[in-house]
Design a protein around this ligand. Structure first.
Ligand code: NAD
Length: 315
């Protein structure tokens, strides 16, 4: 999709900032990056090069144009030309609120400011930011260069004009934005993920299963279906010919049991070491980098396959 935003600034170049930079470069945006940790530049360039073979195939690109990328040493410099600012600093209310004030002061008056936050309320993090009408959350999924999802969450002072511009911008970098009507903690996807994660921690804590068993329980069943159909459509099919109606009649009463616990377990030393050792064992000595490579190759093939099938459902 065409969009007139060309100049993008990324603040914070850890896991998520790096992902945004790669996705934007693959769509010919000019990207200026800044992180308070200046040592990250080398790692970032290596990551751009590592991921390019997958990114290139996913977006049908020929050449990586590193001329479109600049790493600067001050936030002021990073923001001066930017029309779209994607903030990707550490998740923390205090830090982000302070940072948004700085960003608001240095940004062009109508530059869009979007935070990658995984669940913080935009009204709160932009409470000290100049012109909050142009501020919002643009919550992506890791790896950002592979996953098309982004949740756009407005704060109480955000204006529709800027939300629509952001929507267009994200589409121009091949994303499928979900526009939330209003802010809520954790937004959509992380609320769902957290519920699953909390239950998994309870099960490990109580010794019913290992991290590996729980991962298989997702990978071999729900996970296989979820990339094509979410919870509701999946359960519609689980109800047989009568669909969701029968599903609710049959499994609705189980909701009252209930199977699950609402509060998370305490992250005790015992639970933390079960989770850390369990996942370490599952990795079978492979580094995070090696596993990321395998995941990227898989996500590339999966998305090509998904494209063939999703239109049959969504159109
Ligand atoms: N990791 C994920 O799976 C994921 C997914 C979606 C969204 N997010 C969100 O993205 C954001 C970044 O997460 P991450 O996983 O990349 O974290 P990270 O720890 O990998 O990177 C954070 C970076 O922010 C930098 N930073 C901190 N304060 C700064 C400042 N004042 N100015 C400039 N840079 C600063 C740090 O030096 C670090 O490089 C968070 O808000 C997080 O909730 C993370």
């Amino acid at each position: 999709m065409k969009n007139n935003i060309k100049n993008v600034a990324v603040v914070g170049t850890g896991v998520i900032g790096t992902g945004w930079i790669i996705r934007c470069l693959a769509h010919d945006k000019k990207v200026v990056a800044f992180d308070k940790d200046l040592k990250l530049k080398k790692r970032l360039v290596a990551e751009i090069k590592r991921t390019w073979p997958y990114v290139k195939k996913l977006f049908n690109k020929k050449k990586l144009n590193l001329k479109n990328f600049i790493y600067v040493t001050s936030i002021q410099e990073a923001l001066k030309e930017a029309d779209f600012i994607q903030e990707c600093a550490t998740e923390n209310y205090k830090l982000k609120t302070k940072l948004m004030k700085v960003i608001g002061n240095y940004a062009k008056p109508n530059a869009i400011i979007s935070s990658s936050s995984s669940g913080l309320l935009p009204t709160k993090i932009y409470s000290k930011c100049k012109n909050p009408a142009r501020t919002m959350i643009g919550h992506p999924f890791n790896p950002v260069y592979m996953c098309p999802g982004v949740e756009i969450v407005p704060g109480k002072k955000t204006k529709n004009k800027f939300l629509n511009k952001a929507n267009k911008f994200y589409k121009s970098i091949s994303m499928n934005p979900i526009m939330l009507k209003k802010e809520l903690p954790g937004y959509l996807s992380d609320r769902l993920q957290e519920a699953l994660w909390r239950e998994a921690l309870h099960i490990v804590n109580e010794g019913y299963a290992t991290t590996k068993d729980l991962d298989r329980a997702i990978e071999d069943g729900p996970g296989l279906r979820w990339s094509l159909m979410g919870t509701f459509l999946t359960f519609h099919l689980a109800g047989g010919k009568a669909g969701m109606k029968h599903m609710l009649e049959q499994f609705g009463p189980a909701l009252k049991l209930p199977w699950t616990k609402l509060k998370a377990p305490k992250l005790s030393k015992k639970l933390s070491s079960r989770v850390i050792n369990g996942t370490r064992k599952q990795a079978k000595g492979k580094s995070v980098e090696k596993l990321s490579k395998i995941r990227d190759e898989y996500l590339l093939k999966l998305q090509k396959l998904r494209k063939k099938y999703e239109d049959k459902i969504r159109k």
